[in-house]
Design a protein around this ligand. Sequence first.
Ligand code: SF4
Length: 371
Amino acid sequence: GQCAAICPTGAITIKNDLDALWEDLYDDDTIVVAQIAPAVRVALGDEFDIPKGTNVMGKIVSALRRMGFDEVYDTATGADLTVIEEARELMAKLEKGDNKLPLFTSCCPAWVRYAEINHPELLDNVSSCKSPMEMLGSVLKERAKLNEKGKKPKKTKVVAIMPCTAKKYEIHRDDMTYGDEPTIAHSITTVELANMIREAGLRFEEIMPEAVDMPFGIASGAGIIFGVTGGVTEAVIRYVMGEEARYHLADISFTGVRGFDGLKEVKVPYKDGELSIAVVSGLKNAENLIQKIQSGEVHYDFVEVMACEGGCIAGAGQPFVVDRAKPERSAGMYEADRMSNVKLSAENPVAEALYNGLLAGDKAHHLLHYK
Ligand code: SF4
């Protein structure tokens, strides 16, 4: 409404978002499916006096079930699909000798919007991949459609729990639809989730952790580190290196992808040469880099851009604490990666099953790309 028109971040519409979501949760004819972004799990604890950076994923899953969500999944599973699709897109461009390099990432809606407004000349360089949230959303909607065939169709609504206020805008883009409706019905922030937990009267500190649902219950560590600056790049490097990556995980982490510098530059061996990669966070840093690329001062094959300095762990929807608890939250992300038994997106059995089933043929392009 009018509020949304004057408040670009959507903050004023928050109350309405939550009311509509509660209505869906109470409606027996609606199946409400949640997905939780990587960065949320290492920040929500700040709202409940849990030590900074603690991974509370399991507690979030049980809290959502108690609030009436029917199924709960991990957006990191969607991130595995993004890594696969984006790495394939990059490799195809390199193979073709495409002059539209570097390939810029497209998972941050604030960056994509910035490029659309300020650098339309770069749009062919921006990846055609949807964000992990939209990829997993499309898969969940498609599966619901296939399951509902012949039965009394229940309405499946996908709810995304995100570190980000720009995601509220992303879900209403014309190119992020499933059929004639937005793929994602509601996008709520980490802070809003904390408020819902309080409204529901749950004692979050005491809740016992539970595992996410199958069949999409598996995400690789590569998918999880999407939440921190450099994470997408590290995940893509693991993919591009193939099985070899398994033996070089530590080396990859020391290439310079990690840490909070606004601009990081990485070289990775690829075929007979090497890939030149830049990782930027913060739109000012992105603009400086674009100027240098366009003046010919620097050349890259791949550029990761996150609008928030430090990446999604420091998103505008996260609990506001000193320095956004970046060191602790990023440590929490990398620990989740170390503890995960699948490190490479391509080795996620869920992704493999999807490519052989629901995403077979041209469905992968249709469901996972926005252009
Ligand atoms: Fe949202 Fe910031 Fe992450 Fe971009 S970097 S997706 S704006 S939280």
